[in-house]
Design a protein around this ligand. Structure first.
Ligand SMILES: Nc1nc2c(ncn2[C@@H]2O[C@H](COP(=O)(O)OP(=O)(O)OP(=O)(O)O)[C@@H](O)[C@H]2O)c(=O)[nH]1
Ligand SMILES: [Mg+2]
Ligand SMILES: [Zn+2]
Length: 300
């Protein structure tokens, strides 16, 4: 290796990274204790000794996608163009998680699509679609498919339009089928997949590291990541939460208080619009639930 190279983090493991530069892969460690780089980062790597490369610098990020848990803010990926939230007819998925991922995509200004996988399990299909429709804003698309039986026509019609010419991060709970989709799109990937029932509730997920795969379409990449157990929004500001509710925008001007949270204030344009059925009640209830939980978590 030359003494200094610039490359992209294409694999993120617990203890090390794989950085790609000029079609070569380098196993790298972080210098010092600070574990700062994430998948998608462009980094500077130096050779510390004959068998050890270190990431010494992270180049400026175009964007970054976070999630929070009770203790920390975590970086899920950097320099991406698109996020797919993947849910499935089975096992049960959390609508709160979908709502929070949508909020983070609005905060980071990264495009988002919802994929409902396992549509071959027909008995749970309509219930799942209803569940998603109750939480998503109208402008976010749902694509239904079956990763397990995905043929070329499905790939071309359903996935290529949203994956082409961009870097997409797949996020979702364990068992939703992220790695199964990866294996259909990139047959050489050989990503591990597993029956969800075997580890559901045990807190384990099948995929244990994050990896960028190159797709067949030009300049297109897809990122597989371990199933998330908790996607909270502690890193988002309270007054940014309404960005996830674009349908409120037309009514916010009518709020009397400039810092109105549309939660309990009098003379609130949003609350009035809910009363007049100009904003869906289910969406407003979701908003209130998110604000309430957000405030409770901040108190802890
Ligand atoms: N019936 C059906 N099963 C599917 C489909 N897609 C995936 N599965 C199954 O769902 C299980 C979980 O799939 P994975 O791809 O391992 O899920 P994952 O989201 O990568 O899970 P983690 O790596 O734990 O986050 C496996 O047993 C898959 O075979 C589908 O379209 N239909
Ligand atoms: Mg997986
Ligand atoms: Zn208001």
């Amino acid at each position: 290796m030359k003494n200094n190279i610039i490359g992209r983090v294409v694999e993120f493991h617990k203890q090390y990274y794989i950085v790609e530069s000029d079609n070569c892969l380098y196993k790298c460690y972080i210098k010092g204790k600070k574990n700062d780089a994430t998948i998608g980062d462009w980094v500077k790597v130096t050779q510390e000794s004959y068998d050890k490369n270190c990431i010494v610098n992270i180049l400026d990020r175009r964007n970054i996608f976070y999630r929070s848990d009770k203790n920390k803010i975590k970086k899920l990926a950097a320099n991406i163009d698109h996020v797919i939230i993947i849910v499935a007819t089975k096992p049960e998925f959390s609508t709160e998680t979908i709502a929070n991922i949508i909020l983070e995509s609005f905060r980071s200004k990264i495009d988002v699509t919802i994929v409902l996988n396992k549509d071959d399990l027909k008995e749970d299909l309509s219930k799942s679609i209803e569940k998603i429709n109750a939480v998503k804003p109208e402008e976010i698309k749902i694509i239904t498919l079956s990763a397990k039986y995905l043929n070329n026509q499905d790939i071309n019609n359903k996935l290529m339009p949203i994956l082409n010419n961009r870097t997409t991060l797949l996020v979702g709970q364990s068992g939703m089928g992220k790695s199964t989709i990866i294996n259909r799109l990139v047959p050489s990937a050989n990503a591990a997949t597993n029956e969800y029932s075997k580890h559901l509730g045990t807190g384990r997920h099948t995929t244990s590291y994050t990896k960028i795969y190159k797709l067949n379409f030009e300049n297109s990449f897809i990122i597989d990541s371990p199933g998330i157990q908790e996607f909270s929004i502690g890193h988002i500001k309270l007054n940014e939460i309404d960005n996830g509710f674009p349908e409120f925008k037309n009514f916010i001007d009518e709020c009397q208080f400039y810092n109105c949270t549309h939660y309990h204030e009098p003379f609130c344009g949003v609350i009035q619009a809910v009363t007049d059925n100009r904003i869906k009640k289910t969406r407003y209830s979701l908003y209130k639930k998110i604000i309430k939980e957000y405030q409770e978590n901040k108190k802890l």
